[in-house]
Write a protein that binds this ligand. Structure first.
Ligand code: GLY
Length: 256
């Protein structure tokens, strides 16, 4: 059960965000704002309190708050983004996180360790962390060590094809997991009920579970059907402008 969500409004500089898919074009800022409004409404309708932070013009990717921290029940772990242009975003999240966690519950990933929250997937008291272009071995080691203090366990998953772990695999509770591409056959996930995402809908693997509702991106009918067939209530919301920056539904919030 999540009670709280933190989001950050997209900045006008969003158009200069990092992308691996320039062929999709630049995001339309006004449309991105409208999509962000709808995203916040979708979250609120799942019964969470949403803290909306102001845009940060100096950080084009700063609406993707998920990368700045991992917020668990017993602790918060502040990340150290692997992307140079994003490194300052985590420190700017600390004051907000301190409204929900005491100082002795907050841990920090430090250089040379790098870690981005998009590489972390929580499954109960176990966390999977993706070893990726953004999260390095030292980041994984520090993350695992920090979690152990609170009785959590962690395993490392090597990524071959995608930006972040949750670009391609997402846990939606009740032992159900959306899996795409390289994750479909991964040993690490063999015990889960898999909802297989076809290659042409790969972006749709990034759905979020919020209190028994699953929020699904618009335009991914196989994913939507798979989630409905698994018995969830579904909210569909459009994230086309964030997709242009490799950003999905999970990237846009911290849920805890
Ligand atoms: N554009 C989001 C990221 O690369 O982190």
């Amino acid at each position: 059960m999540f009670n709280n969500v933190i989001v950050r409004r997209p900045a006008r500089s969003l158009v200069d965000g990092i992308t691996s898919a320039p062929e999709l074009g630049k995001p339309d800022y006004e449309l991105a704002l409208k999509q962000h409004d709808a995203y916040i409404e979708a979250l609120k309708s799942c019964g969470v309190q949403v803290t909306v932070l102001e845009a940060l013009e100096e950080y084009p990717d700063s609406c993707f708050v998920e990368d700045t921290a991992v917020l668990a029940k017993k602790c918060a772990i502040i990340s150290n983004p692997g992307a140079e242009t994003r490194r300052g975003e985590s420190a700017l999240m600390v004051d907000t996180i301190k409204k929900f966690y005491s100082d002795d519950q907050i841990e920090y990933i430090k250089s040379p360790g790098t870690m981005e929250g998009g590489d972390v997937m929580m499954v109960g008291d176990h966390f999977y962390i993706g070893l990726s272009a953004r999260t390095n071995e030292e980041g994984c080691r520090q993350f695992k060590e920090a979690l152990a203090k609170y009785g959590y366990t962690c395993s490392v998953v090597s990524l071959e094809e995608v930006l972040h772990l949750k670009t391609g695999v997402n846990y939606v509770e009740n032992n159900n997991m959306l899996v795409s591409g390289e994750f479909i056959e991964k040993e690490d996930f063999k015990s889960f009920n898999k909802i297989i995402v076809p290659v042409e809908e790969a972006y749709g693997a990034n759905c979020i579970w919020v209190n028994d509702t699953v929020i699904v991106p618009e335009g991914y009918p196989t994913v939507e059907k798979g989630i409905r067939d698994a018995g969830y209530k579904v909210i569909v919301t459009d994230t086309s402008e964030y997709r242009k920056l490799d950003g999905g539904l999970s990237c846009l919030s911290l849920r805890f």
